[in-house]
Design a protein around this ligand. Sequence first.
Ligand code: SAM
Length: 218
Amino acid sequence: MEADETPKSKTPLRRRADQIKLHRCKNLIAVLENPSDIRNIGTVIRNVNALGVEKAYVVDPHGRLPDEWQDMRDRKSLTKTSASAVQWSFVKRFDSTEACLAHLRRNRYVSIVTSPHMKGKTNVVLHEANYTVPTRLAVWFGSESSGISDLAVSEAEFCVNIPMYGIIESLNLGTTTGIVLYEIAKQRRAYQERYKRSRNRWKEPASQPVAKSRSRST
Ligand SMILES: C[S@@+](CC[C@H](N)C(=O)[O-])C[C@H]1O[C@@H](n2cnc3c(N)ncnc32)[C@H](O)[C@@H]1O
């Protein structure tokens, strides 16, 4: 059986989930800091799922979400707003920014933040940065009203800006996560594929010399 083939006994959705697993961006997490609107949380989970981001973390100090992913999957508001993506993409909630940063640090994730404004020491335009260098990357998005917190900025490697050419100060969360995660996932997926191909090439000589030397001696 080919790597992306799955047994016919599985449901079509399960089969599709198994197939796309190969293309998911490993070690890439989208972090939502203190979002206030459940519809935005659902939209972001949908983007996370559709763009092949591995997980979503939500800093949720007001307890809008249940503690466990299993309970989120049963929450109608999330299932509806995420178009059922919450069933398939892992979501973890944290009580505070500190708790989320500590968890990411423990697991050796590098954080970057996003903002329509210049934040912290280093600011980059979305499409001009390289997102393949950190093996584990967490991309933070701020709240609808106050944006990204100073604490998250202080722990981030850099801040990503989508250039704004209109009168409006910022994009909404759904649009921003779609644009930013598309660029980052595109770069990391291409890198992942190249790495996989070069590893496969590297493996070939191990089995080939035996065959080659045999053909030479016969
Ligand atoms: C509605 S905006 C928050 C606006 C808020 N007044 C502020 O000062 O950031 C919600 C989040 O979307 C992201 N965002 C919105 N527009 C962005 C842009 N042009 N570039 C990068 N991130 C953006 C940021 O993560 C921001 O915290």
